[in-house]
Each structure stands twice: as C-alpha cells, then as structure tokens.
Design a protein around this ligand. Structure first.
Ligand code: PGA
Length: 247
C-alpha cells in the first residue's frame, strides 16, 4: 500500500550541463518496478533540472531548505523559491549536513516544518554513527532523531518521507544487512506510531547507505523498507536504472 520510492541524492556533483545530460539519459529508462523516482540535484541546477524533467514521470527534489521565509541568511535557500521552481521533495537533515554544517535535530525539525508549510514534501534523514552502533544504541538514536524531527508536524505527517541512513554506510561501500535495516526501520515506524498512530503505516521509510544495483533487490524485499536514498549509484544512468528496477 506504500508506493516504493527511489530517490537519487546527487550531493555536490553534476554541473547544470551534466544535470541536463543525466536527466535525458534517465528519461530513457523503462521503470518496471513502479517505484516513484526522484532526483535531487544541487540547488544551482534545480531550474535546469525542472526544465529537463518537463513531461517526464521523474520527480524533482532539493537537498536542503532554510527554516525562515526569507532574510539575512547568506548562502541559504528558501522554501518559496524551491516551490516556484517546481521542486516537490526536499532532503532534510542529511548526515553530511549534520556533520559539516552544524545541523541539529532542532534545525531539522524547523526545516521540516517550513518545508511542509510551503507544500514541499520533506525526506527527513536519520541514522546512527559507527560508535553509536557499536554501543548498541541504534534504535534509541534513530527513534529520538525521528521524534524530534517530526515535532508539531501534525496531520501533515502524510507528506513526510523518512530516510534511515546509517552514517557508517554512507559512501563507504558498507551496507546494513537487509535484516538489520528492516529491523531498524521497523523501530522507526514504531516511534512514529507512538506519536501519529496508524498514520505510521502510510509513511514511507527509505534505506540509504551504499545502496546500489547489486543490493537493491534484497533490501527492497524487506517488508519495512519502502525505497532507497541513493548517492553514488544515482550518478550514472545505468546503475541508477538497476536500482529503479530492483524487482
Ligand atoms: P551513498 O549515499 O549511496 O553514496 O552511500 C547515500 C546518501 O548519502 O544519501
């Protein structure tokens, strides 16, 4: 009942010209899984991407949004501008934002609320560090991150997507086992259920962290895993095609 989602997080890769070229290649891919496909280019490439995606079934996402409507926030991007460009989804709280740009659970919540207010659908990232995993506190960490990120979201919960991305698995080639990822995502869904009740069964929760054309099938076979947030393997059409057609 939850439509699978395969979202490409292009991070700080692809110039506008390269964005256009990759989108042209992606548009040729036959989508045999029925997954909703999303691409998230750099902010500066969004208008090129929006233009290139016209008439295609691929959805457009951004990689961040600020929590203020506008003002003195040099280097940031507001929700109204993303909306005006035709952006539908926005990644919030990616671990690289938390690690390098001082993003916290509180700012993740602020950005999530602002995105929802503007009619954008947040893809909220949570995940434990290697140290936290070794200490056996993965579930506590990701459930708290999720609950704080979703404070005051209310009935807009249906517009939220969560991405569970173990920090130690991102860009490392290490992947959580399908069973572990499934169990952790089940715990996250449980935390959402505590606050939002049965809406938890409608929230899509993706896995992210070295997901690729080789391991997508096994990850997607797990009942709790509703899709993937794909970094490296989303940067070339052939690989991304293998993830989209995970079935
Ligand atoms: P990766 O990145 O697929 O390159 O590990 C995933 C992400 O950071 O969203």
């Amino acid at each position: 009942m939850r439509t699978p989602m395969i979202a490409g997080n292009w991070k700080m890769n692809k110039t506008p010209a390269e964005t256009k070229a990759l989108i042209e290649d992606l548009k040729k891919i036959e989508n045999r899984s029925g997954a909703e496909v999303v691409v998230c280019p750099m902010t500066v490439c969004l208008s090129t991407a929006a233009e290139a995606l016209k008439g295609s079934e691929i959805h457009l996402g951004a990689q961040n949004v600020h929590f203020a409507d506008k003002g003195a926030y040099t280097g940031e991007c507001n929700a109204a501008s993303l909306k005006e460009l035709g952006v539908e989804y926005v990644i919030i709280g990616h671990s690289e934002r938390r690690q390098y740009f001082a993003e916290t659970d509180v700012t993740v919540n602020q950005r999530t609320l602002k995105a929802l207010e503007a009619g954008l659908k947040p893809i909220v990232c949570v995940g434990e560090s290697l140290e936290q995993k070794q200490q056996g506190i993965t579930n506590e960490v990701v459930c708290l991150q999720t609950k704080v990120a979703l404070l005051n979201v209310g009935e807009k919960i249906d517009d939220v997507v969560i991405a569970y991305e173990p920090v130690w698995a991102i860009g490392t080639g290490l992947t959580a086992t399908p069973e572990d990822a499934n169990a952790t995502i089940g715990a996250i869904r449980g935390a959402i259920r505590e606050v939002f009740g049965e809406a938890a069964d409608r929230v899509r929760i993706l896995y992210g962290g070295s997901m690729n054309d080789k391991n997508a099938h096994d990850l997607m076979a797990q009942p709790e895993i509703d899709g993937g947030l794909i970094g490296g393997a989303s940067l070339a059409a052939e690989k991304f095609s293998g993830v989209i057609n995970f079935n």
